[in-house]
Write a protein that binds this ligand. Structure first.
Ligand code: ADP
Ligand code: MG
Ligand code: MG
Length: 210
């Protein structure tokens, strides 16, 4: 019911915020190699602000909480990642209006991926968060719709796919974002935004397992 789903969303938010705080240095180090060394700080600040809104969220429907997390990220993450994460979460939250089910979670994931690609213009191979997100969303959708797997199993497979997507960013050249200014010098470095996408997905899985 609504209360259980609200608690699940809030638990996920806490876990994501805590993980990004733990990984702040790591993500910022990745961004220092091919960007401006702020991705960890940006993500910690944004999700930290969202997690602080727990009291405001206490009365809201799950989809409204998700929407609010999005707007909070837009105003607090900054940089390229803020509008991409925040705007896409905000937009795709409408897919959860009828509650969070296997079906609506697939719709959410697909809308999120489409919005990120739309806003940022990146494709698979541009060395961005899209490289982690695309195989993850496709795997999640296929696992649920074609293979009829339970959402938890589907999410675990999606996390594996995201992990391979993150590894795929290492040997390729950045075509979007700050890293693209480096041209071939971006080769050999792991993309920070793909990595934070993986961390967030790992925490969604961990929350669902609990
Ligand atoms: P900034 O580069 O403005 O400092 P961040 O460091 O917070 O912002 O985020 C950088 C990450 O954002 C990159 O690692 C990449 O994954 C992602 N990113 C940047 N530009 C785009 C884009 N056009 N489309 C998708 N993702 C992008
Ligand atoms: Mg940066
Ligand atoms: Mg920046």
């Amino acid at each position: 019911d609504v209360d259980t789903q609200r608690e699940a969303v809030l638990a996920a938010l806490d876990n994501v915020a805590a993980r990004l705080a733990d990984e702040k240095k790591y993500l910022t180090n990745l961004d220092s190699e091919i960007g401006d060394a702020d991705h960890g700080t940006n993500m910690e600040r944004g999700f930290g602000k969202a997690a602080e809104k727990r009291d405001e969220f206490a009365e809201m429907d799950p989809h409204e909480i998700v929407k609010n997390i999005g707007t909070t990220l837009i105003s607090n993450v900054g940089g390229a990642a803020g509008p991409l994460y925040g705007g896409s979460i905000m937009f795709s939250s409408q897919e959860l209006q009828d509650g969070i089910t296997a079906e609506t979670s697939v719709a959410f994931a697909e809308a999120y991926l489409e919005k990120v690609k739309d806003r940022g213009g990146a494709q698979v191979g541009s060395k961005t968060m899209v490289d982690a997100l695309t195989p993850a969303v496709h795997t999640y959708k296929k696992s649920i719709e074609q293979d009829d797997l339970p959402p938890l199993t589907a999410l675990a497979k999606a996390v594996d796919a995201a992990e391979r997507g993150v590894e795929f960013t290492v040997p390729i050249k950045a075509l979007k974002g700050r890293a693209s200014f480096l041209d071939w010098r971006s080769v050999g470095h792991q993309d920070p935004g793909a990595t934070s996408t993986l961390f967030i997905m790992e925490e969604l899985l961990r929350t669902a397992e609990e």
